[in-house]
Design a binder for this molecule. Structure first.
Ligand code: AP5
Length: 217
């Protein structure tokens, strides 16, 4: 059975969006679209987008909506989204949600569900300061998701690194940005009848099972 699913993952920085998106993309066989990963790749490659985004990202601030909208429109024009997609880290503002609606209308599609992974703020610093990332997109944690060999990615054997924005002062700023700009999206998608709320303060597998149950997949 082919499941078609166009979904958004919402939640605080470090709330587990990337972790769950990786599991869901395998399960659904649809692409994960992480605006954070796309921006980090652009920064690494020194593209005009990367140069413009870098200062915002280093400061824990959101990148301006018009840059994000262009990036998303381009990504959704690619051929691999026929069976759906998982947005991880987009939309982040009401303007981005409205922008997404316009892009979707133009493409003749609509968002099916917005999954909100709810994690208490006091757990976030521990999660982010212990996170270790790989260039291939895999994400680990020094306590809750350890790689088989310390410092080495299980998936591609790449060297794990700590993200520049996973420092305590930047994390604080990211949480403030989330509360001011992204939290209103919970109500936005609730009013659209698309919101599925999941308790994110459980083991990774339990969160994944709850998401599958919540989506009926
Ligand atoms: P982005 O990369 O999107 O960062 P974020 O939203 O802050 O989210 P994270 O990637 O930090 O966390 P996550 O929720 O994916 O958690 P993860 O699964 O890794 O954005 C970075 C920056 O780019 C932004 O600050 C902004 O500047 C810019 N940007 C990106 N998108 C933008 C947009 N649309 N508009 C404007 N600007 C944008 O998990 C975290 C850790 O916890 C890991 O170590 C993981 O192993 C562990 N973990 C996960 N789940 C569990 C669990 N259930 N129990 C225990 N540990 C767990």
């Amino acid at each position: 059975m082919v499941i078609q699913m166009r979904m958004i993952l919402l939640g605080k920085p470090g709330g587990g969006k990337g972790t769950q998106a990786t599991l869901l993309k395998e399960h659904l066989d649809v692409p994960q679209i992480s605006t954070g990963d796309i921006l980090r790749e652009a920064v690494k490659n020194g593209t005009p987008l990367g140069k413009e985004a870098k200062n915002y990202m280093d400061a824990g601030k959101l990148v301006p909506d018009d840059l994000i909208r262009g990036l998303v429109e381009e990504r959704l024009s690619q051929d691999d989204i026929g069976k759906g997609f998982i947005f991880d880290g987009f939309p982040r503002t009401l303007a981005q949600a409205e922008g997404l609606k316009k892009i979707a209308d133009k493409l003749g599609i609509s968002i099916d569900k917005a999954v909100y992974i709810d994690v208490p703020t006091d757990k976030i610093v521990k999660r982010l300061s212990g996170r270790r990332s790989c260039a291939c997109g895999a994400v680990y944690h020094i306590e809750s998701k350890r790689p088989k060999i310390e410092g080495v990615c299980d998936a591609c054997s790449g060297k794990l690194y700590q993200r520049d924005d996973d420092k305590e002062d930047v994390i604080k700023q990211r949480i403030e940005q989330y509360e001011a700009q992204t939290m209103p999206l919970i109500d936005y998608y609730r009013k659209e009848g698309k919101l599925v709320t999941i308790d994110g303060d459980q083991d990774i597998d339990e969160v994944f099972n709850d998401i599958k149950r919540g989506l009926g997949i």
